[in-house]
Design a protein. Sequence first.
Length: 299
Amino acid sequence: MTADKLTLAAPAKVNLLLAITGVREDGFHELVSVVAPLDFGDTLETIYDPQAEGPDTLRCEMPGVPTDNTNLVLRAAELFRARTGVKGRFDFDLEKRIPHGAGLGGGSSDGASALRAMNRLTGEPLNDAELAELAAEMGSDCPLFLQEGPVVMRGRGERLEILPDEAGKALRGIGLLLFKPPFGVATGWAYGRMKARGDVYADATQIEAGLSDWVSAPDLSKFPFYNNMQSVAFEKHRALPVLLEQLRTDLGLTCLMSGSGSSCFALTDGVSEEKLSSVRQAIAEAWGPEAFIQAARTL
């Protein structure tokens, strides 16, 4: 039997709304978030040889990306094997585009794509619910990458709700400009800082009420863009709020940090090419030539 190959997209995501509402008894944080996948991201090629022996392998040419079992792609392979008992070897080739420490879900998306690829290449031994269980073992935001289109995340991120048709349509196809400074923000640090402060958590009832009102009459211009993780990231990295305020005040853009940062995004539909050129120039001047800038659309 010859080896089979499957190539899948591993999309980035943005948090259009992210409300961290407190600490759970299990130590995780409780959240409410509206998350949208993007047409920009990584690509994962998976080769499965059922006759091959030896450990699974991961190849990635982006400097700094680990290729051992600290990478969620190989962690996904470990979990998948433990659950299914499949034999043979998986060889992964990851084309990495999503920057590290960005709040765009790169590692989680890669791991979820590995789960989907392995399941398909081995005859789909796991159903959707079982795949979601494995994804949740890898990380709180991994299960969302098994879904298509915008979703609402709750709990620690493992409880997903598909938005009603009209609300989902309102959040698809939104033009964005992603931008990230040369530094990242460690997710663990950001959550730890929120816990240490204790005064930056959002009111869950208020957030849910606002989201419910919007879903009942979805209009992108009235969407409750929000991220209270900004408070701790902005406290440490002043370059983030300074640039966002400049883009809002001088260029009239709606912009927000995604996840725990350090990536941010600005809405670009209806923005002229001339203004977009000014936005790119402002980002480069503020954060230097190593700043990451990428146009994208929500899926």
